[in-house]
Design a protein around this ligand. Structure first.
Ligand code: SAM
Length: 276
């Protein structure tokens, strides 16, 4: 086997979802670098994979990257796995893949499950264009700010969410995106208690409150993009800018709001931002 870094996707809940190719590679490589060696033992034992395993996680990423690169340069092959799904998707591995490219080491992906694509495939919302947002910020105010920035996005939005934050996040989404915006909550994908429920935000909130959607396990939240306006922030800002050449800031913002269907205050906020 040529010195290669394999990025191997593993199941997100159902061990039977691993691919034949993933098993083969995990058996053949010289070393498996795993986010959590204890966690991955269940998977490796199930498929009688006896390859040497070492830890590669966010706390030792810097140090271990250079060790792994040295091993690769010495001709060894290494497979990177994370606790679940595709490495690097909200999981460690970015620094290692960058360093491998920098050192002309071949990087080979072994595709397989990822919660994003699994949720999208079954969400029942438009998915020809989508944005992956990962986790929203932990603090409420920062979460609101990010959601406000996404309010006028027309592409479908995909979020990862933790069970202790899902209640608040769905409430804030209703407050910012409106009660009618459609959303799919995908919980415990591929596992015994899998739930995939699509409805508008107010009904989803009720279903969480009534306990029909349990606040337990792992979540992907898919939110439909806005249908209200196809005008982007940049276009709204440009309209406001052109109007400001002839009108007072107040009148320009008022007219820009009418033209774009935005709130006057939103136009002010956009005008204050310099990085659009
Ligand atoms: N690398 C993984 C992937 O490819 O999906 C994601 C790792 S990230 C640290 C873990 C998050 O992914 C969870 O908090 C949850 O939002 C989502 N997730 C992972 N497995 C899931 C599942 N079986 N059902 C729903 N969401 C899941």
């Amino acid at each position: 086997m040529q010195a290669t870094l394999y990025i191997v996707a593993t199941p997100i809940g159902n061990l039977a979802d691993i691919s034949e190719r993933a098993i083969e590679i995990l058996k053949q490589v010289d070393l498996i670098a795993a986010e959590d060696t204890r966690h991955s033992k269940t998977l490796l034992e199930r498929f009688t994979i006896k390859t040497k395993i070492s830890a590669y996680h966010e706390h030792n990423e810097e140090k271990v990257t250079s060790q792994l690169i040295q091993q690769l340069l010495d001709g060894q092959s290494i497979a990177l796995i994370s606790d679940a799904g595709t490495p690097l998707i909200n999981d460690p591995g970015y620094k290692l893949v960058v360093a491998a490219h920098d050192n002309n080491i071949q990087v080979v992906p072994i595709p397989g499950p990822s919660a994003i694509i699994t949720a999208l495939s079954a969400c029942g919302l438009p998915i020809s264009k989508f944005i992956y947002e990962g986790y929203l910020p932990a603090k409420s105010e920062a979460r609101k700010t990010r959601l406000r920035e996404l309010k006028n996005e027309s592409r479908t939005l995909v979020f990862y969410e933790a069970p202790h934050r899902i209640v608040e996040s769905i409430k804030i989404m209703q407050e910012i995106f409106g009660a009618e915006r459609r959303v799919t909550v995908a919980r415990e994908l591929t596992k015994k208690f899998e739930q995939i429920i699509r409805d508008n935000l107010s009904v989803i909130n009720e279903k969480i409150e009534s306990g029909e959607i349990k606040v337990k396990g792992e979540f992907v939240v898919v939110v439909e993009g806005t249908k209200e306006t196809s005008i982007t922030d940049q276009e709204a800002l440009r309209i406001n800018h052109i109007l400001s050449e002839k009108l007072s800031p107040k009148d320009a913002a008022g007219l820009a709001a009418k033209i774009t269907g935005r709130k006057k205050n939103e136009i002010y906020q956009l005008a204050l931002k310099k990085d659009l």
